[in-house]
Design a protein around this ligand. Structure first.
Ligand SMILES: [Zn+2]
Length: 71
């Protein structure tokens, strides 16, 4: 499976982005081809989606706490 490291971003302004936070990884699991990793620590955040399937959310990495931009 191709793996894509997500860009990490600063804390988004309140109410400007949909933010996903969970303690379990991967947070999202599907039947697609791409895995998305935390851009800071490499934790597997999203497993098996198609590129562009999920857009415009920010995922908080449960391992390192950084904000990952899934644009
Ligand atoms: Zn991380």
């Amino acid at each position: 499976m191709p793996e894509i490291k997500l860009p990490t971003i600063p804390h988004p302004d309140e109410g400007t982005r949909a933010v996903l936070q969970s303690n379990k990884v991967p947070m999202i699991r599907g039947a697609g081809e791409y895995n998305y990793l935390c851009g800071n620590c490499g934790a597997l955040l999203v497993e098996g989606i198609e590129q562009g399937q999920i857009q415009n959310i920010v995922i908080i990495c449960p391992r390192c706490g950084r904000y990952n931009d899934l644009a």
